[in-house]
Design a protein around this ligand. Structure first.
Ligand SMILES: Nc1ncnc2c1ncn2[C@@H]1O[C@H](COP(=O)(O)OP(=O)(O)O)[C@@H](O)[C@H]1O
Ligand SMILES: [Mg+2]
Length: 154
């Protein structure tokens, strides 16, 4: 059986003395898809936020690729390959797909000019990888929720 790529062991967390997570366990092997199912307030988001470094756990251990892992902040977890897609989008609806993908990391030409052509071309490659037949110049606001989530995952 393949090894777990992610393992969360005995994860505990309280807010103001109220236990929200009590020794929660999650094991994920390569290629597996899991669903965290639970009523509102069950602690699903809290568990994911602990994984992503948005919250600090009180107890338990996390292993990523077999190595102990603690993200001090979301930036660290992103660098480790954990990509959380939130229900609320972080996309700018009025802007095209390619500008959203390279927001804050624009390609530059002649040292000062934003290289739009390269951004469009590179975005096109990502969309193709995701099996999306869509022009990278399409505005985010025109996309379906599913398409927005795919773009957000890039
Ligand atoms: N930052 C926070 N401060 C205080 N309580 C919180 C915080 N985040 C979550 N909680 C509480 O933890 C419990 C679990 O919340 P949450 O993880 O968002 O549940 P779910 O995502 O399963 O709906 C809820 O009772 C919620 O009010
Ligand atoms: Mg939630």
């Amino acid at each position: 059986m393949p090894e777990n790529i992610l393992e969360m062991r005995d994860i505990s967390k309280s807010f103001f003395g109220v236990k929200v997570l009590n020794k929660v366990k999650l094991e994920v092997r390569p290629g597996e898809v899991h669903v965290l199912l639970g009523e509102n307030g069950a602690g699903k988001s809290t568990l994911i936020k602990i994984l992503s470094g948005a919250y600090r756990r009180e107890g338990g251990e996390i292993f990523l690729g077999g190595q102990p892992f603690t993200a001090a902040n979301p930036k660290e977890s992103i660098q480790a390959g954990i990509n959380v897609i939130y229900q609320e989008f972080n996309l700018v609806p009025e802007m095209p797909i390619y500008e959203n993908i390279f927001l804050g990391k624009e390609f530059v030409k002649n040292k000062i000019m934003v290289d739009k052509k390269t951004a469009i071309r590179e975005s096109g490659k990502y969309l193709e990888m995701l099996g999306m037949e869509i022009d990278p110049r399409t505005r985010i606001s025109r996309l379906s929720v599913a398409a927005k989530q795919l773009v957000e995952s890039i």
